[in-house]
Design a protein around this ligand. Structure first.
Ligand code: SF4
Length: 487
């Protein structure tokens, strides 16, 4: 165990006596607090006072920054600790903690509250001054409507200490996740591809040019953060074009749509801006071309994915979705000599190739696209995560659960023999994944914003020094032109 838990008072140390396998040091209270020499990451735990009405006695506050007069110091690993504490069933707030070396009441307390701090304690500033990586958690013993009391002197203090004892499993997880030296290997390329950048750009420009609301059919790209951000800026997301008022502007998402959806939009006199990625549009073109010449088109992909739904819509009676090798082995087309195949753009390259080879073997006359349809961005991100996984103890993939290409990145890393997890953002990392993980590979799906990766790496800095390097397997320069409605 590398991390050390620090407390101010003996009674707090006693409350955490079940942490037998983690060092718990007493640093003293307020002005007398002294952080011992050393470089191990410190987690300051104890009781504190609530400064905002929503922060009630019994709640827990994890510091996202320490406010000391005019100085504000960020605490990067707050989200990691908060998740671990929430899993214990505690009510956890994440926000600034003000540090004051004296007990504060009345007007002084109001001034601290005005800084936006959720809680006040008396030792955080000493931790900041130590220069060591740190985190801070406070169990609230007094709130806005109850003046600060000395812990242990009243019932509320005793209840607070009992809650502090409940924190022990999360404090242990944090101490075990801390490292004296850790490396982060960033996969390159990662994050946004040209099709996703174009789709987001289209919605932003449409909002600028035509004003809010601009309707968007389905998630513009499969990422919750991107959708929430555009929603804030005036985009209205709908499931079907039938929900869009007649004559309004509507953007069709990057995954493409079936011709039936375009017809519905026309019937409603909608002003359509098509954000379908040109590489998805290419697969639609292939299907149209094949159905002129062949009886059956196999579409290697996942039937429930929106991209596949749209591609199948080009010729619903003639396209058969092939999700796996077993289906490829048993599928019976009308005429086995008049068949072709295409692919979903975001599949795992190796799996898709296995399925295609079964089809080629069974149907010697099988027509195929000149190049496989899995796009450059999917291929590059998978190659990069494979290289990163080979040298990492753990791989973290940033992406939404409904993002096909992000999920494939997890699978590719796992097939390389490395445990891998998909997270929406740093707030979904479980501390117990990090125990013993000295080298962590990090990547992001093509729909995940790059700043989420930056925030995730930053959060690891609170668990000890982190050295970051990039392992780049390809350089991407592809850019797609925008539709004329937004140029
Ligand atoms: S992942 Fe590939 S197909 Fe999908 S939007 Fe990006 S470039 Fe286009």
């Amino acid at each position: 165990v590398t991390g050390v838990v620090a407390v101010a008072l003996r009674i707090e140390q006693r409350a955490l006596r079940q942490l037998t396998d983690v060092p718990v040091v007493r640093i003293g209270m307020g002005r007398k607090a002294r952080v011992p020499a050393g470089s191990a990451p410190l987690l300051l735990a104890g009781v504190g006072g609530g400064l905002q009405p929503e922060v009630r006695p019994g709640h827990v506050v994890v510091a996202s920054e320490v406010v000391d007069g005019d100085t504000r110091t960020p605490v990067p690993s707050a989200v990691l600790l908060a998740r671990s504490l929430r899993r214990l069933g505690l009510t956890v707030h994440v926000g600034p903690i003000a540090s004051s070396t004296t007990v504060v009441t009345g007007a002084a307390r109001e001034r601290l509250a005005a800084s936006g701090a959720l809680a006040v304690d008396m030792e955080s500033a000493a931790l900041v001054a130590s220069g060591r990586p740190f985190a801070i958690v406070r169990v609230i013993v007094d709130g806005v409507d109850a003046p600060l009391v000395h812990p242990g002197t009243v019932t509320r203090g005793i209840t607070g200490l009992r809650t502090l004892a409940r924190l022990a499993p999360a404090l242990r997880e944090w101490a075990e996740a801390a490292e004296s030296a850790r490396e982060v290997v960033l996969a390159g390329p990662r994050s946004f591809c040209a099709g996703v950048e174009r789709a987001i750009d289209i919605v932003e420009r449409a909002l600028e040019r035509y004003g809010s609301p601009v309707y968007v059919r389905r998630q513009i790209v499969h990422n919750a953060h991107v959708v929430a951000d555009l929603q804030r800026r005036g985009a209205v997301f709908v499931q079907e074009v039938a929900e869009v008022p007649r004559g309004a502007w509507v953007v069709l998402a990057a995954h493409g749509v079936s011709p039936a959806v375009r017809r519905q939009a026309e019937e409603r006199d909608l002003q359509v801006i098509d954000a379908t990625c040109p590489l998805v549009a290419k697969v639609h073109n292939e299907v149209r071309r094949y159905v002129h010449l062949r009886d059956t088109v196999f579409l290697i992909g996942h039937a429930e994915h929106e991209e596949v739904e749209g591609t199948v819509g080009e010729a619903p009676d003639r396209v058969i979705v092939i999700p796996d090798v077993a289906t490829a082995r048993t599928v019976e087309p009308v005429d086995p000599t008049r068949v072709a195949y295409v692919m979903q753009t975001t599949l795992a390259v190796d799996e898709a190739e296995e399925i295609a080879s079964v089809l080629r073997e069974r149907f010697p006359g099988l027509a195929a696209p000149r190049r496989d349809d899995i796009c450059y961005a999917t291929t590059n991100r998978q190659a990069a995560v494979r290289a990163v996984a080979a040298e990492s103890d753990l791989v973290v993939v940033v992406g939404s659960a409904n993002s096909s290409n992000s999920r494939r990145l997890v699978e590719v890393a796992e097939r390389a023999g490395t445990p891998a997890h998909l997270v929406e953002d740093a707030g979904e990392i479980d501390l117990d994944w990090l125990a013993g993980a000295r080298r962590i590979g990090v990547t992001a799906g093509a729909s995940a914003p790059p700043q989420l990766v930056e925030e995730l790496v930053k959060s690891l800095h609170g668990l000890g020094p982190v050295h970051t390097r990039e392992l780049r397997v390809a350089t991407e320069q592809i850019r797609f032109t925008l539709p004329r409605e937004v140029v």
